[in-house]
Design a protein around this ligand. Structure first.
Ligand code: ACM
Length: 538
């Protein structure tokens, strides 16, 4: 049985008094008046109540967490690691070492009725304590991202003998507006290493994104090892757009990504795109091919020329093996089957194919997602349509009782160029400057889709024109930060003029993380003396 909240609070309180009593006498710290409501938080929290004083983060601070609850101690360790990277402070977690502890950060499991929404948290910042309440470790994890954002990039050396990072005081009550808040990375057109994906995950986590969709196969490459069909990666993984070496994730690599994401409460959604976008698979195993041509490795950028043969049993046996192996490595609830741009698949074959593959995905315990074209088939109401192109498809999905993920290409495609001068990206859907990416209302994007049918928002990053992490970052940042706010923050709390100031103040963090973001002229980027070069890497 869980310790009751009251009992835990009592233990905590006695603990604090004990530590304060054995610590050195507290020197009074006079902070300037703060305003928690003016801090540069993204995504903007639901409710902020400032109290105009500050918590002084310093070497006499310790982190405590609920310990009976799965994941809370790990959230505390994660916070300590991030505080160390930012400030070099080495804080104790669930221990108080030799130094007197004067202030605490307590990450507390609470069953309060106000915390029942998934990922909800409360953050209380007082002069001597910071308390994060959440019912789940996922909520606590979102809460510590808010705390990380409140810690100044630079300490205020004038305040005390030892370095102190003042954190504005007050109360934050917060929960996400949409349950699905994602980005997609196309590792098929160009391959990105495990290290690159991990860096992207770290950046997404800081902005409370909770889904990373990996586009693992396309005409130009197959990127995940399938043990029962080894030529998929041996042959199909051997190239990429432009003729580079390609690459693939072994099952161990993929598991490493899944676990890294899970530790940041990010769900990996694997996508095997089919029946179109399948040239690489058909080169590896020509029996899969349905377009009547002898397949050869493809390194160009055209779409819509390949298809699986929807009439062959072997194709479904193959898909069963692929879905089984990937599902076994994927703890998240979803499996994405692509389904877009199958221009050379006959319509009746396409419908047959999607209907059959949906059953396979369900057999392996996953909920199917597909690009919005899948509504032409007889999809189950539990299947999710990802809207990218055709409004009618999104409306039909909602009518079917299905949830819809909003990824409108004109607003949310990260691979669209910012403007005519952009070094990378395409513009077939639109140019998407930083303001256009932010100024739209997902809740009202498509008349005919009730709010309860919108699962959330995802910003896809297709990789035809990018092949390095720097290029990835150029397209993803800063726009991805705006999509985090569009998916987490309520409509009433979103405002471009207010957002652009908070975004400008992300520069010191992005610089410290060595993110090569696009320095859009629409934003008055804050200059930081605290650049990446001044930080030693651990
Ligand atoms: C897509 O952009 N073909 C989903």
């Amino acid at each position: 049985m869980r310790q009751s909240t009251v009992l835990k609070a009592l233990i905590l309180f006695t603990g604090i008094l004990g530590f304060l009593a054995c610590g050195e006498k507290r020197a009074p710290i006079n902070f300037p008046r703060t305003d928690l409501a003016q801090e540069n938080l993204i995504p903007k929290p639901l409710k902020i109540t400032p109290t105009h004083t500050a918590f002084g983060l310093d070497r006499y601070t310790a982190i405590y967490t609920s310990q009976n609850e799965l994941g809370f101690a790990a959230v505390g360790e994660f916070l300590a690691k991030k505080i160390k990277e930012k400030t070099k402070l080495d804080l104790w977690v669930n221990d108080h070492g030799d130094e007197g502890v004067k202030r605490i950060i307590y990450i507390n499991q609470s069953d309060s009725t106000t915390l029942q929404a998934p990922e909800a948290y409360q953050l209380y910042i007082n002069r001597d304590s910071v308390i994060i309440n959440a019912s789940t470790a996922a909520g606590a994890f979102r809460g510590i991202q808010t705390l990380r954002q409140l810690i100044p990039e630079e300490s205020n050396d004038t305040l005390a003998e030892q370095r102190i990072w003042p954190i504005a005081s007050g109360k934050i009550e917060d929960r996400p507006n949409f349950e699905y808040r994602g980005s997609m990375l196309d590792v098929a057109r160009h391959f990105f290493s495990v290290e690159d994906v991990k860096k992207y995950i770290d950046l997404l986590a800081y902005y409370k994104i909770n889904v990373l969709h990996l586009h693992l196969s396309d005409d130009q490459g197959w990127r995940i090892e399938i043990k029962s069909w080894p030529r998929l990666t041996e042959v199909g993984g051997s190239t990429e757009v432009g003729g580079g070496p390609g690459g693939f994730y072994t099952q161990e690599d993929y598991t490493e990504i899944v676990e890294y994401a899970a530790a940041r409460y990010i769900t990996i959604v694997p996508e095997i795109d089919m029946p179109g976008h399948t040239n690489a698979a058909s080169v590896a195993y020509p029996i899969l091919n349905g377009n009547g041509k002898t397949p050869e490795l493809y390194t160009g950028m055209r779409v819509g020329f390949s298809t699986f043969d929807a009439q062959k049993d072997t194709v479904y046996a193959f898909i069963d093996d692929v879905v089984e192996e990937i599902a076994a490595l994927t703890p998240g609830p979803y499996f994405h089957i692509g389904g877009d741009e199958s221009h050379v698949t006959k319509k009746k074959d396409y419908i047959l194919f999607v209907n059959k593959v949906e059953k396979i995905v369900q057999k392996h315990g996953k909920r199917m997602i597909g690009w919005d074209e899948i509504v032409q088939a007889d999809i189950d109401s539990t299947t999710i349509a990802q809207h990218w192109a055709t409004r009618e498809n999104a409306i039909a999905a909602a009518k079917n009782g299905s949830k819809v993920i909003l990824s409108p290409a004109k607003k949310a495609y990260l691979d669209m160029q910012y403007d005519t001068l952009s070094k990378f990206g395409l513009h077939w859907a639109a140019y998407i400057p930083v303001d256009t990416a932010y100024i739209w209302t997902p809740e009202k994007l498509i008349e005919g889709i009730p709010l309860e049918n919108i699962l959330g928002i995802e910003a896809p990053l297709w990789s035809e024109t990018i092949s390095t992490i720097d290029e990835l970052e150029y397209l993803a940042f800063p726009r991805m930060i705006g999509y985090s706010e569009l998916s987490w923050t309520t409509e009433e709390n979103r405002d471009w003029e207010n957002y652009r100031v908070r975004l400008a103040n992300q520069a010191p963090f992005l610089d410290r993380m060595d993110v090569k973001y696009y320095p859009s002229k629409l934003i008055d980027w804050k200059k930081s003396k605290y650049t990446y070069e001044t930080i030693e890497k651990d």
